[in-house]
Ligand binder design. Sequence first.
Ligand code: NAI
Length: 362
Amino acid sequence: MAHDVVLIPGDGIGPEITQAMRRVVEATGVQINWNVQEAGAGVMDEFGTPLPQHVLDAVAETKVAIKGPITTPVGTGFRSVNVALRKHFDLYACVRPCLSQPGDGSRFCDVDLVIVRENTEDLYAGIEFDEGAAEVEELSQLVERSGQKTFAADSAISIKPISIAKSRRIVEYAFEYARRCGRKKGLTAVHKANIMKATDGLFLRVAREVAANYPDIEFNDKIVDATCMGLVQNPNDFDVLVLPNLYGDIVSDLCAGLVGGLGMAPGSNIGADCAIFEATHGSAPDIAGQDIANPTAEILSAAMMLDHLGENDAANRIRAAVSATLDEGKQVTGDVRRAQTGSVEGAVGTQAFADAVIAHLA
Ligand code: NAI
């Protein structure tokens, strides 16, 4: 049976890595009807928005999409298309496995952990007020009335909502994932509840309540800064980490660095009835259009998508082929070559790496 999948190439290195990914998926023989949809700055002029309604409609129909990264202007301009997609489809669980590959060039050789990031609230809620906005003054008065020391009049404000229901569903998702995947070392809830007693305190309280329903899975909690130090020093102390949105974002990149870098770290955004797969990394404008980006993260994201579609055999074949290609070490992209040898000499391009993976497909 052919699967209907929306493919959003994105921008920056997106078109290159999604092309490589698509060729690898097609080489497995799994039949996919790719519905290619454009989003981001490139469609702003034509549709007046970086995320046109017809793209949302297409994803709503297929319920499965894979995308390349999409650039978000820094400080000003339109809000993130990536965040908007996650919110629109309520893709509340961002799952990012970080697994050492032989030959990934990392300092560690046996990292095997999974980030489960809450994807819809926290400081990513997009509730913000610019410096000088009337709401800032109103908020200041509200804070004063509450008896708390208020903030400087020239402040900008971002609001951090953390709710019981959304904390509960992400922690439950993480426990169910840990159980389903037979994760042995257990689950760590990551927070900063010593400082943000209301928001992170709530997240931690809910996590502890949920943990009581999973006595078969070891549970602990850790403050986010200590978690970062622990991950860098002893990543094997960790297994599944569940985090609110912003910490999940930052810790994901840290963990990508433990397994060879951003080019190696796949991911998925999962909701109740829709899923969008994408690498952890962004659009990497510094290397775009040069056929040097590492498509591994995108290819492994496609393997996660194939698992989601019930094509586990093809997914496993892709993972094995990527692993064999990296292990062999002859045809790797510059980021991996540099991590291995200190120089990019002898590296291959994005499409040549995909060719090597295809050649290794069993
Ligand atoms: P980035 O992840 O794009 O790049 C960080 C560094 O990692 C760069 O040096 C880049 O060259 C390198 N890198 C990333 N992916 C790579 C790959 N596949 N192969 C080899 N090297 C790779 O982060 P940055 O520069 O902060 O963000 C660029 C843009 O991407 C921003 O507009 C940001 O908002 C957006 N972004 C989009 C995401 C998405 O679409 N889901 C996620 C993260 C960022």
